[in-house]
Design a protein around this ligand. Structure first.
Ligand code: ZN
Length: 301
């Protein structure tokens, strides 16, 4: 037996101990888990109501940072004082950057604050987006990348009182201004915002203010994955954290399920609790986002 054949046999022996899939690149990277995203949502709901400026909001931000510390990303804060109808409120967006090499960028965003209301824990409205973003950050770690991928956790999406242009989307308005000033918005190929997409009964609005080409890319990805039933075709306009970026000239899309409970009865009520959420809905949104990112990276624009 030659040294060479010993080497070959030894290699085969090792190979036979490993599952075949271990040799494919895809198997070497973690795939998006809806169950893990749902679990992250449950962890932040356990902090209780998390309106901007509250101690629970601060504790939640520390938790998000702890999770991001385990990812291979650059974490930064966008802290500011929002002028609200209830006076100045300290707010802070958290930004995780996964560096690419093209000079272009993609952003996936969502909000972590909850509406300032008694007994409101925002399982779907606040925690679901936080859970999806935390699981995406875990999945992005170790993936080959072309463009920079930003995962952004917005504070201050909710109105402190009633929703107006000046009392809403504080965090995204602040970051859109900052990213216009520092040139990041010009590098963005796309920004996709997720909000309230944890509902067991998932139906995502065909949001009519969003950029049509980006909406088509996402809806096509959903079709290709067999998820057409969860993506509506009837246009409806929803104001959300994507709007300040659209106004800044960024190609942007909002993924929101705005049909939460009978007649939207769970929205902004104490009924917005974990039992209304389903891991499959997190899986659907995560799978679509993970499919769309490389498609955006392949775009030459
Ligand atoms: Zn809300």
């Amino acid at each position: 037996m030659s040294r060479n054949s010993v080497f070959v046999l030894a290699t085969l022996a090792v190979a036979s101990l490993l599952p075949r899939a271990a040799f494919s690149q895809a198997a070497l990277t973690k795939s998006f888990s809806g169950a893990a995203a749902l679990n992250f949502a449950a962890r932040v709901v356990a902090f209780g109501p998390r309106p901007s400026g509250s101690a629970a909001n601060t504790r939640q931000r520390a938790y998000i940072r702890e999770q991001l510390a385990t990812c291979h990303c650059e974490v930064s804060a966008d802290a500011f004082t929002a002028q609200t109808p209830d006076g100045p409120v300290a707010m802070e967006n958290i930004i995780a950057k996964f560096p690419g090499k093209s000079g272009r960028a993609i952003a996936i965003t969502g909000h972590f604050d909850t509406k300032k209301m008694t007994n409101f824990v925002g399982a779907n409205d606040g925690a679901s987006s936080t859970g999806i973003l935390l699981e995406m950050a875990a999945v992005m770690t170790g993936r080959p990348r072309t463009d920079d991928v930003y995962i952004v956790f917005f504070d201050g999406e909710e109105a402190v009182r009633d929703w107006t242009d000046s009392d809403s989307v504080y965090g995204s308005r602040h970051l859109a201004g900052k990213w216009t000033a520092d040139g990041t918005n010009r590098r963005l190929k796309a920004l996709i915002n997720v909000d309230m997409t944890g509902d067991k009964d998932l139906d995502i609005v065909y949001e009519s203010s969003s950029s049509p080409s980006l909406r088509k890319l996402v809806w096509d990805a959903a079709d290709a994955l067999g998820y057409s039933a969860f993506f509506l075709r009837q246009p409806n306009a929803v104001e959300d954290d994507h709007i300040p970026f659209l106004q800044a000239g960024v190609r942007a899309l909002d993924l929101i399920d705005f049909n939460y409970g009978p007649g939207n009865a769970y929205w902004h009520t104490p009924q917005d609790t974990m039992d209304k959420l389903g891991a499959h809905s997190f899986q659907v949104v995560g799978d679509v986002l993970m499919r769309v990112i490389p498609e955006l990276e392949a775009e030459k624009q």
